[in-house]
Write a protein that binds this ligand. Structure first.
Ligand SMILES: [Mg+2]
Length: 225
């Protein structure tokens, strides 16, 4: 376990909107990590007749250059750049798409208290569709907002005010849970009051707590008994 855990202390009486990230927060990020770090390099190496190690080096450098931008999650962008049909490749691996433990219980808990629940994701619409098809989670949300629609990633300044124009929430009475600390930082700057970091984003990676924000391993920690 890395870092000291800051325990979340939510007052549910003072929260009426719940904003939830998808990859790593509600869904096991193992799928995404495996896809981009293992599967894509293997297929890319074969297609370009280079070694897997060379493909990994090349791809990691390309990924790094786009981190924190909308291109990073843009399947069309990468399909074109790498000359691969990534949408089909993702669909073929969809058995690895899994919902994290206690997510369904947490959504039920929020719904039972009448909270508005929104999925707010940087994921590309095609990726979103593949994941909603596999998990059946779409019906759980009042709305699903792809960063793509707002024209900027959640880490970018200005994202949250654009979101507030779109779905009308009170930032003082709002909870955001995300496994990306940079996203929490940008939401914090905007003034979202309740921020929770998800410190076990992947079933195959160790827990890593935020040093600045309250952290949870699983969502059962936010369910009041
Ligand atoms: Mg995430």
């Amino acid at each position: 376990m890395i870092g000291t855990k800051i325990e979340p202390q939510l007052n549910w009486q003072k929260i009426d909107t719940v904003l939830l990230d998808m990859d790593g927060t509600l869904l096991d990020k193992h799928f995404d990590d495996y896809f981009w770090e293992t599967h894509v390099p293997e297929v890319y190496a074969k297609a370009n007749k280079i070694s897997i190690l060379d493909a990994e080096d090349k791809l990691l450098a390309l990924y790094k250059a786009e981190e924190g931008t909308l291109s990073w999650t843009d399947l069309n962008f990468w399909s074109e750049k790498l000359g691969l049909d990534l949408e089909t490749m993702k669909t073929q691996l969809n058995h690895l798409i899994q919902v994290h433990p206690y997510v369904l219980e947490f959504l039920e808990f929020c719904r039972s208290m009448g909270k508005k629940i929104y999925l707010v994701t940087n994921a590309h619409p095609k990726t979103l569709e593949i994941k909603m098809d596999k998990t059946g989670l779409a019906a759980e949300f009042s709305a699903i907002i792809c960063a793509d629609e707002l024209g900027m990633a959640k880490e970018e300044n200005g994202f949250w005010s654009k979101l507030a124009d779109k779905i009308d929430f009170d930032k003082q009475r709002c909870l955001l849970a995300d496994d990306n600390e940079n996203v929490l930082v940008s939401a914090d700057k905007f003034g979202i009051k309740n921020l929770v970091f998800v410190s076990k984003s992947s079933s195959t990676k160790p827990v890593s707590h935020s040093s600045h924000y309250p952290s949870i391993i699983f969502f059962n920690e936010l369910i009041d008994e």
